[in-house]
Design a protein around this ligand. Structure first.
Ligand SMILES: *Cc1c(COP(=O)(O)O)cnc(C)c1O
Length: 468
């Protein structure tokens, strides 16, 4: 009997030993799990959680990430909704007809917001982000052009797309992946954005469309869609070419309707056939949702659409992905209901106030010259004032700011101005005046530190000893 009770006692201790261990002295935490091969055995969920959590902790702090356009703050109700809907697959339209209906409502709301001539006869879809949305917009342009050329008995083997050299990389991908020749109009000090100047030397009968960007990624500036359309009107009058515009409104299509309601950039401009936006940028949702809407049913060639039946009806779909999270679509709908147009106006307005305040303060510093002031979308860029210093660069400043947690990228401008380095801040919901002041104090301290150096900073390459 004694032996048995001892035995029971010992095995009880053994079976609870691991759970009793403080978490960081358990196997897995006190030892190392393999990083590039799936471990052979299980770990306790707490241990696996702690390891992943701790590694993610080493990332930058999302709220201090002034580099990204993508949402880093949502309220508690949104967080609940996210958890509630984490299991929803957007493609399961038969199984989740309500989520599918909500998706339709969201892009129809956008069609209204963007002045579609007849919002009940538009078509649109959610996507995983603007990149996918731009691919779909570009594919529709290409297919329309192909149909028109084929009908006219002309060749379709050399399509081209005209856009600024400052386009987001997704357009370069589009051209590369779908065999379209990219024609970049370089930006310059005189033409800081694509503005229609000299457009006639870029477009021809093989041009599938022109991309206009509302909120250029590099600087946050709007391209003047109406002016680009006017240039295309003149080209049509002179040559007969009828070239349409896709507006890449990844950020600006959710800012301009609220902050610049008088600006004509959307379907109010006849030549605009499609518009995309990132729900996860100024749509204010966490990463994972974009939108694209076409002006009317004719703008999206029928042969690109696949038909899925649900609720006894007929559900047209056009997407690159199949499975994709549905939660973000519900979060977008939540925000449309929660904020309404007035709420969006107030949230974007607050971001713009912070952006213009920050740009004014930074513009006053002798080290810097503003490129723009953040009054289009709440994004602005600056350069080092020519002749200010030979001892440090904006890359050094970017490094220095990291010491206080601020992530503010420095990068070269695109072709046309690639000798110019700028630094950019994206102000998003959640970047309060208080945080802006904290940032300015850290920025001034960093500049003071760099100014006090009496020799050039070693280059980042020399400092980190990186070997490639
Ligand atoms: C961010 C951005 C994109 C890409 O959008 P994702 O939602 O990140 O895929 C495309 N175009 C512009 C102008 C952008 O700013």
């Amino acid at each position: 009997m004694v032996t048995t009770s001892r035995h029971v006692k010992r095995s009880a201790i053994e079976s609870t030993a691991v759970e009793l261990n403080p978490v960081f002295v358990r196997p897995g935490e006190a030892t190392e799990l393999p990083k590039f091969r799936i471990p052979s055995a299980e770990s306790l969920p707490e241990t696996a959680y702690q390891i992943v959590h701790d590694e993610a902790m080493l990332d930058g702090n999302a709220r201090q990430n002034l580099a990204t356009f993508v949402g880093t703050w949502m309220d508690d109700q949104a967080q609940h909704l996210y958890l509630d809907a984490a299991d929803k697959n957007m493609i399961d339209k038969d199984e989740y007809p309500q989520t599918a209906a909500i998706e339709n409502r969201c892009w129809t709301m956008l069609a209204h917001l963007w002045h579609a001539p007849d919002p009940d006869h538009t078509i649109g879809t959610s996507t995983i982000g603007s990149s996918e949305a731009c691919m779909l917009g570009g594919l529709a342009l290409k297919r329309r052009w192909q149909h028109a050329r084929t009908a006219a008995g002309k060749p379709t083997d050399r399509p081209n797309l005209v856009m600024s050299s400052a386009v987001q990389v997704c357009w370069e991908k589009f051209c590369n992946y779908w065999d379209v020749e990219p024609r970049f109009v370089p930006i310059s000090e005189d033409h800081k954005v694509l503005d229609g100047h000299d457009l006639e030397s870029y477009v021809d009968e093989n041009t599938i469309g022109v991309v206009a960007i509302m909120g250029v990624t590099y600087t946050g500036m709007y391209e003047p869609v109406e002016q680009i359309a006017a240039a295309l009107d003149r080209i049509q009058a002179a040559t007969g070419l009828d070239i349409k515009i896709h507006v890449d409104g990844a950020s600006g299509a959710m800012v301009a309707p609220f902050l610049q309601p008088q600006l004509r950039w959307d379907f109010a401009v006849d030549r605009v056939v499609s518009i995309n936006t990132s729900g996860h940028k100024y749509g204010l949702v966490y990463p994972g949702v974009g939108w694209v809407v076409w002006r009317d049913l004719e703008s999206l060639p029928e042969d690109l659409i696949f038909h899925v039946s649900y609720l006894g009806g007929d559900m047209p779909t056009f997407a690159l992905n199949f499975s994709r999270p549905g939660a973000q679509v519900l979060l977008q709908y939540y925000l449309f209901l929660r904020l309404g147009r007035e709420g969006y106006r107030r949230v974007q307005g607050a971001a713009r106030d912070v952006a213009t305040y920050l740009s004014a303060e930074i513009g006053k510093m002798p080290a810097f010259e503003l490129w723009n002031d953040g009054s289009d979308i709440p994004v602005f860029a600056w350069r080092l004032r020519p002749g200010y210093t030979k001892n440090w660069t904006l890359y050094d400043l970017s490094d220095r700011l990291r010491m206080t947690g601020w992530l503010v990228p420095a990068y070269p401008m695109p072709d046309g101005l690639s000798d110019l380095t700028v630094q950019r801040i994206v102000v998003r919901a959640g970047f309060s005046h208080d945080l802006a002041d904290a940032f300015l104090a850290d920025l001034r301290a960093a500049v003071g530190y760099l100014d006090a150096l009496d020799a050039p900073m070693p280059t980042a390459h020399q400092r980190s000893g990186f070997h490639h």
